[in-house]
Design a protein around this ligand. Structure first.
Ligand SMILES: Cc1cc2nc3c(=O)[nH]c(=O)nc-3n(C[C@H](O)[C@H](O)[C@H](O)COP(=O)(O)OP(=O)(O)OC[C@H]3O[C@@H](n4cnc5c(N)ncnc54)[C@H](O)[C@@H]3O)c2cc1C
Length: 416
């Protein structure tokens, strides 16, 4: 039966949910507080990463994070503040940094990302889409022996899960990257990963949704919701109007927890701010998307352009750009690629976005115990672009009360 669904949030999660819900014959109205031109789902590094099967909350992350806190140009930072949500998030993060949590999450993260990659592939085969989707894999480059050890261990774990991962010496890397000089000790190559140009995908998805009859309400924030019994009945909007609703999908990225709080539902999300900049028509660029592992910088060739992104700052949705951290990203480039010697003054436009980071590194996808007509989908952290289409598909299965294509128990929104 045709349903009328209001989707809050027009990022990758809201838009892919809209897409698959429309494929099932439903009507969708997408509401966003922005103008749809540039959000977290636009300027990210565009990596589609079945190779990222370890959640952010993993052993060793805390000690590394504490070291980085004392370096003003490091890739990680928490703005010190007394904030109950941040403190309870950190406590849950700490609790999740253990081997058994990682072991539970690994197979599902891999399966979910791999499924999503296949769904992107189907979009790329549709002639209405053209978003530089390429399956060239992912390179993890390292310069130090300490990092080499970590990356080799990760490659071994991957192989145990039947995920192809191969260790390359500096010399052997020339066969993968013949057109750019590398100054590294070696690298691990995950040949199963893919990448795309997120700005292109998101804007094409918006256009296709519009042409299929989806409605968009933009520059309008959902500021509150009315419930009666086990249902959300009304959305109150920032333009002083309200809308009656039948079914809703809440895909508000890093802001989702704020709305849920008004309904008395608690999820544990912090915004992991990151920056990127894009070199248009780059003369020098790697062939394969790469992570510079010591610096945690992502380098992605996107068509003729080259995007560079990094840092994760838990700063409470602050829109400021930390110049030292940005310069940390820029200065890391020539350490790995001597030809990519960019000056901070060459970077004119800096983009920022907020990764919706859950405390245990797993997304929240599902219904709460109290409300039967709302599906929540958020908390994808560093992998929201990658997991987008699979999440959209799951949302449509949940709205239709179908059996889900994968086990969603680790995505439960009521988990503590
Ligand atoms: C530097 C950087 C690099 C990244 N690289 C990658 C990568 O290579 N691969 C990958 O998989 N992921 C990557 N990510 C992460 C990825 O971008 C995010 O996980 C993903 O975009 C989150 O999508 P979303 O739809 O959940 O949220 P968003 O894209 O933030 O969308 C949420 C939308 O909801 C709207 N909204 C929120 N609250 C309301 C409200 N109350 N009323 C109306 N509208 C509302 C917001 O305006 C927003 O448009 C990166 C992120 C950063 C910052």
């Amino acid at each position: 039966m045709k349903k009328h669904i209001h989707i809050i949030g027009a990022g990758i999660i809201g838009l892919t949910s809209a897409w698959y819900l429309m494929e099932e014959g439903h009507d969708v109205i997408i509401i966003d507080k922005g103008d749809l031109s540039d959000g977290t789902s636009h300027g990210n590094a565009g990596m589609i990463v079945p190779s990222h099967f370890v959640p952010m909350a993993a052993p060793g992350v805390i000690s590394q994070g504490i070291k980085w806190m004392f370096d003003s140009s490091s890739p990680f930072y928490i703005k010190p503040r007394i904030n109950i949500d941040l403190i309870s998030w950190l406590w849950r993060f700490y609790r999740s940094c253990n081997a058994s949590h990682v072991a539970r999450c690994m197979p599902i993260l891999y399966e979910f990302n791999e499924w999503s990659k296949q769904l992107y592939k189907s979009f790329s085969e549709d002639e209405k889409f053209s978003f530089c989707f390429e399956e060239k894999g992912l390179l993890m480059l390292y310069k130090t022996q300490h990092q080499e050890q970590e990356e080799r261990e990760m490659a071994q774990k991957a192989n145990e899960l039947d995920i192809p991962a191969e260790v390359y010496t500096a010399d052997a890397l020339k066969s993968l990257e013949p057109d750019i000089d590398l100054e590294v000790l070696g690298g691990v190559y995950f040949k199963g990963d893919a990448h795309l140009y997120p700005n292109k995908f998101i804007s094409q998805l918006q256009s296709q949704l519009l042409s299929r009859g989806a409605k968009f309400i933009t520059n309008t924030e959902v500021i509150d919701m009315d419930c009666a019994g086990d249902k959300v009945k009304k959305l109150h909007l920032s333009n002083n109007t309200s809308i009656s609703v039948d079914q809703i999908v809440l895909a508000g990225g890093s802001w989702t927890g704020l709305l849920l709080k008004k309904l008395g539902i608690k999820i544990h999300i912090q915004d992991g701010k990151g920056y990127s900049f894009t070199i248009k028509n780059a003369n020098v660029k790697p062939n394969i998307p790469t992570i510079l592992t010591e610096s945690k910088v992502a380098v992605t060739p996107m068509g003729d352009d080259l995007r560079i992104g990094g840092t994760l700052e838990l700063g409470g949705l602050s829109p400021t750009i930390n110049k030292k951290r940005l310069s940390g990203i820029i200065k890391s480039l020539p350490k790995y690629y001597p030809q990519l010697n960019i000056k901070p003054s060459d970077v004119e436009i800096v983009w920022l976005g907020y990764r919706p980071c859950s405390a245990d590194g797993m997304p929240y996808i599902g219904r709460s115990n109290s409300l039967t007509n709302m599906v929540v989908a958020t908390g994808h952290g560093m992998m929201g672009m990658s997991m987008g289409p699979a999440t959209g598909k799951l949302v449509s299965e949940l709205i239709d009360h179908k059996e889900t294509s994968i086990d969603v128990s680790l995505f439960n929104i009521e988990r503590r």
